[in-house]
Design a protein around this ligand. Structure first.
Ligand code: OFO
Length: 183
């Protein structure tokens, strides 16, 4: 008896997204190594921590595909591409890759809706929420570098930003989650 509960189309899309999450992790890993080489250890630390989050996302997809009785296809992870040219450029690239990831997540949500696969639709809602948070975090990074002077940020502004990011939590608080007790 076939216990596979995913359509071939959705299984393919979820497997591709699983690899996409590994790709996101490689991007953060490459940028973290780049920042560390440049002496920005706080920023590097932040990016290394985020790399780990992306690996967890990859595992979430893997576990879900298995749980639905479909086949996991582990394939090659695409190259993370060129290193950033500056801290400003690094944060811009992070934002860009999160936005592209959100678009991929939305496409799977649309596909699951079209197929009336409510289990997958429900599973994907975690990622919809997570992407809102990750985009917020990336926007905050862009705001911080803007305040520091953007491309023209001087060494002392970058030093302060580096120290600041060392202590920054990885998660942005979602506006809809904010309460009086938990601002
Ligand atoms: Fe950057 O987030 Fe995964 O999905």
């Amino acid at each position: 008896m076939d216990s596979n509960r995913l359509s071939a189309t959705l299984a393919k899309a979820l497997n591709e997204q699983m690899t996409g999450e590994a790709h996101n992790a490689q991007i953060y890993l490459a940028y973290a190594a780049w920042a560390s080489e440049k002496g920005y250890d706080g920023i590097a630390n932040f990016l290394f921590r985020h790399e780990n989050e992306e690996r967890n996302h990859m595992m979430k997809f893997l576990e879900y595909i298995l749980k639905r009785g479909a086949k996991v296809v582990v394939s090659a992870i695409p190259d993370p591409g060129p290193n950033p040219t500056s801290i400003n450029n690094c944060f811009e690239k992070v934002f860009q890759s999160e936005v592209e990831n959100t678009e991929r997540i939305y496409r799977i949500v649309e596909m699951s809706m079209a197929e009336k696969d409510w289990a997958t639709w429900n599973f994907m809602q975690w990622f919809v929420k997570e992407q809102t948070e990750e985009e917020t975090l990336a926007i905050e990074l862009l705001d911080k570098i803007k305040v520091a002077g953007g491309e023209a940020a001087n060494d002392s502004a970058l030093y302060a930003l580096d120290r600041d990011l060392q202590a920054t939590p990885d998660d942005a608080i979602l506006a809809q989650d904010v309460t009086v007790e938990k601002p």
